[in-house]
Design a protein. Sequence first.
Length: 282
Amino acid sequence: MELDINGQTAVYGIIGYPVKHSKSPKFQTAAFSHLGINAVYLPFEVKPEDLKKAVEGIKSLSIKGFNITVPHKEEVIPFLDEVSQEVKYIGACNTVVNLDGYLKGYNTDAYGFIQGLKELMPDLEGKRYLVIGAGGSSRAVVYGLTKEGAEKIYIANRTVSRAERIAEDFKSLHRFAEEVIKPVSLGQVEELLDRVDVVVNTTSIGLRDEDEPLFDYSKLGKNHVVVDIIYRKTPLLKAAEEKGCLWQDGLPMLLYQGAKAFEIWTGRTPPVEVMRRALTEK
Ligand code: ATR
């Protein structure tokens, strides 16, 4: 359907810095257009020092909803009126709905990661996971896996204290969370490999092929399921493919976090396949 902008067109968008590489405008617009919803979704580049003014502007301009990306996901929280349980635990917000000037924040990254992983592995319960990294993305991944009933989640990070912080913060997620989540150092990764079913990279290592590897990827086994939340076939994923592992890059997580945001804003069932096509189109 053609875009037909008029006086009643609703405005949605994404704020980030930089934001020009964001894939969200493309696939969110495809979803609005497919369902015949009179709305547009735009990228807004917001410098860190302008974040507060931008959020006030969003209210004044009645922008109906927005996504938040790097580096504003944590910093936006104090400017919101209410946040979901996910945001409180994860400490980051990627989706806001504007209810007549009342801003409610959500984190759909945990949902996005879980839905994406279910495409490879329908049953996540009772499995053992190794999550590398302990930043905001790792917190979303670990939150999702804990809620899904993971048997074990090792969090390996260069700075172990950040992994310990996640374990501490997530203790109250359920009765056994304290036994499930184990912080470890990056040096322990190789010896843990035969104790886990799934390996997830949430660090920025692999954005460039020349990055120093996180561990010796040739030690992966063919039964490992390997996920990298980076949107490309990283050296980790190439190694997984060579071993014959099931593997996935960051696009499914991106797709499903966006689909969930769309549902929060519109109350409609997101046209996931339309969104996927828009996302993967060259
Ligand atoms: P995000 O919000 O995307 O998770 P982040 O909070 O900046 O981003 O976290 C980046 C992650 O990548 C962290 O786990 C970081 O490790 P530290 O906590 O030790 O900084 C990890 N990371 C970044 N560069 C790294 C490197 N060269 N080697 C190992 N880990 C690295």
